[in-house]
Design a protein around this ligand. Structure first.
Ligand SMILES: Cc1cc2nc3c(=O)[nH]c(=O)nc-3n(C[C@H](O)[C@H](O)[C@H](O)COP(=O)(O)OP(=O)(O)OC[C@H]3O[C@@H](n4cnc5c(N)ncnc54)[C@H](O)[C@@H]3O)c2cc1C
Length: 295
């Protein structure tokens, strides 16, 4: 029977250094990194990618961790699975929005294999973690043979399935700052099938002043409505310094939807996706606000 995936040479480094050495030995066209394989194997089966060398990094145990301290914030190793994040007690306590997002990402099998680093590096504009991480003001650490660098989560994805990673680099860590007091965060995606990639998604972080009256900071991140996850900065400006009401959130939803540039595909039209953003910003904003009041 004919193989559905082209032959390749399988390489399984056990340390970050070994993986980086292998990456620097091969050209971009000849090799590909695989972590959980949940996105990459689909592309290989469809023969959209036919690497000669596959560098399996799943065995690098040093990149599988969740650490938190008040001062340093949350650090997640790139090879941490979706399921580990969903189930982590410290994430459930300090960043419940991350755990909630993971609960609705695909099914348990995919969450057991798929890694957060692989999800972000895959850079599907409809991917969930990137949207939440932008709202949380996270940073992405990349490591290459010549050292480490970090970029803001909102600058990591450059285009459809294209990121700031250089060929000889690996995404190694996600860094999330500790939430300020009086802060609420909420994420929702709208999917046609429960747990599937969303047609559109919204994550919002709202920080209230010490009297819990006015909004001192807000971050609105949107997924599925542009070439990459994006911030709705005009809508954020409308809310900053104001007492947030249902009517103001409805206006912000309208402005946010105008900031997007969605495309029409077999699943939904451009107009439908814009409408979703209008509705979701208001809904998610109200829920983030309620959380900020209780925080
Ligand atoms: C049925 C199904 C449903 C899904 N639903 C959702 C969903 O609802 N929401 C969602 O967000 N995703 C969804 N996905 C996508 C998938 O879960 C993620 O993209 C997956 O977790 C990717 O992680 P991985 O470890 O499997 O990456 P892989 O598939 O191994 O790799 C993906 C890409 O990232 C690169 N890569 C991986 N790790 C690194 C690294 N550390 N450094 C540099 N490059 C790296 C690979 O080279 C490849 O290009 C779904 C997938 C399936 C199969």
């Amino acid at each position: 029977m004919k193989n559905i995936i082209f032959d390749f040479e399988y390489l399984a480094p056990k340390t970050l250094e070994e993986a980086l050495t292998l990456l620097s030995q091969y050209d971009e066209e000849e090799c590909k990194v695989i972590a959980g394989g949940q996105s990459l194997l689909i592309l290989m089966r469809q023969r959209l990618i036919t690497p000669e060398y596959l560098i399996d990094i799943k065995g690098i145990s040093d990149l599988d961790y969740i650490k938190f301290d008040e001062k340093e914030g949350l650090k997640i190793g790139a090879l941490t699975t979706h399921r580990a994040i969903e189930k982590s007690p410290v994430i459930q306590k300090e960043f419940s929005v991350l755990s909630e997002m993971e609960q609705n990402l695909s099914n348990v099998e995919t969450r057991n294999w798929g890694t957060i680093g692989g999800d972000i590096a895959h850079a599907d504009p409809c991917g969930d973690p990137a949207v939440v991480l932008i709202a949380l003001n996270a940073k992405i650490k990349m490591t290459g043979s010549s050292g480490e660098r970090t970029v803001d989560a909102e600058d990591f994805t450059l285009d459809y399935f294209e990121t700031a990673l250089h060929h000889d680099e690996l995404l190694t860590e996600i860094q999330v700052p500790t939430l300020p007091p009086n802060t609420g965060v909420k994420f929702t995606k709208f999917s046609q099938i429960v747990g599937d990639l969303g047609l559109a998604s919204v994550a919002m972080l709202i920080t209230l002043d010490e009297n819990k009256e006015t909004c001192s900071d807000v971050r609105i991140a949107l997924g599925g409505v542009a070439i990459a996850p994006m911030r709705a900065k005009k809508a954020e400006d409308m809310l900053k310094g104001k007492k947030i009401s249902d009517a103001l959130l409805a206006e912000a939803g309208q402005v946010a939807s105008e900031e997007t540039s969605p495309t029409t595909d077999v699943q939904a039209s451009e107009e439908y996706r814009r409408d979703l953003i209008k509705v979701l910003v208001k809904r998610v904003g109200n829920e983030a606000l309620a959380r900020a009041k209780k925080a």
